[in-house]
Each structure stands twice: as C-alpha cells, then as structure tokens.
Design a protein around this ligand. Sequence first.
Ligand SMILES: *[C@@H]1O[C@H](CO)[C@@H](O)[C@H](O)[C@H]1NC(C)=O
Ligand SMILES: *[C@@H]1O[C@H](CO)[C@@H](O)[C@H](O)[C@H]1NC(C)=O
Ligand SMILES: *[C@@H]1O[C@H](CO)[C@@H](O)[C@H](O)[C@H]1NC(C)=O
Length: 130
Amino acid sequence: MKVKTELLHGVTSLRDVKLLVEPSIVIKGGTAALICSRDMQGAPLYSVKWYRGNHEFFRYTPMEEPDTRVFGLPGIYVDMNRSNGTQVLLRRLELGLSGNFSCEVTADAPSFATQITTKFIDVIGKKIEL
Ligand SMILES: *[C@@H]1O[C@H](CO)[C@@H](O)[C@H](O)[C@H]1NC(C)=O
Ligand SMILES: *[C@@H]1O[C@H](CO)[C@@H](O)[C@H](O)[C@H]1NC(C)=O
Ligand SMILES: *[C@@H]1O[C@H](CO)[C@@H](O)[C@H](O)[C@H]1NC(C)=O
C-alpha cells in the first residue's frame, strides 16, 4: 500500500501548468508575453517548450548551454532578451498567427512528468480611430 501511494505521488508531482497571455487582447503588430506558470512541487525542471499548433518555436533547458533555443517559424519573432524559462515575448504579431499555442513542462529524473496546456490566441486588427 505504501509503495502505491509513493508511486501515485511521483506521477502527480508536476501540476497546474498554465499559459497566460499578456496583454489579454493581442493587437496586430504588437507584442505579447506568453507566460507559462507551473507548480513543480519541488521537482527539478528539465525543460519548458512553447508551441504554435504542433510546431515548437522556443525551448528552455536549464541544464544546457545556452539554456534557450529558438526554432525559426514563419511570422514568429521571439525577443530573446525578454524570454526565459517562464515567458516568451513575441513581437510584430500578425493576424495570421492566431491559433493554438501550448506550453509543455517536463520535470527531470526521477519522475520525468510532463504536462502540456493549450490556449487559443486571437490576434486582432487595430481599431480604426474615428
Ligand atoms: C538584446 O540585448 C542586446 C545586448 O544588450 C542588444 O544589443 C540587442 O539589441 C537586444 N535585442 C533586442 C531585440 O532588444
Ligand atoms: C523572465 O523575463 C521576464 C522579462 O524580462 C522577467 O520579468 C522575469 O523575471 C524573468 N524570469 C526569470 C525566471 O528569469
Ligand atoms: C485549437 O484547439 C481546439 C481544441 O483542441 C480545436 O478544437 C481547434 O480546432 C484548434 N484550432 C486551431 C486553429 O487549430
């Protein structure tokens, strides 16, 4: 019984992975921060990956040098100076970029637990000032 409880605990060690977009209304040509929060429950972090659809565009791996990596995706401009293991700052957002964005967090050994969360980001046109 004890073993089972410990196993269960290991499986659920990583939780509450959330993707927050700031500002909440993303305007064409503007910038947006995609913030990936999580509760590691004390587990060491292995990686955080950001995706648009199924395509990864940014990765943070604290044990690698350099610890951040950008994968070129058309229309995605990552500001490396303001991106890290917690957030990615995207610049010059275009309408066509509207879609599902995900953030995937993986814990290091021994659990290697992974959790991914997805959010639809709608890039809207600028309002016409009358
Ligand atoms: C990032 O920082 C470097 C060094 O401070 C600077 O030269 C570069 O212009 C910055 N890039 C952006 C996109 O702000
Ligand atoms: C990540 O970058 C943001 C923006 O530059 C900064 O506010 C935040 O403190 C940084 N977080 C970490 C963990 O370095
Ligand atoms: C975004 O994800 C939702 C839920 O999985 C799906 O129904 C929708 O078709 C996706 N939208 C796009 C543009 O891929």
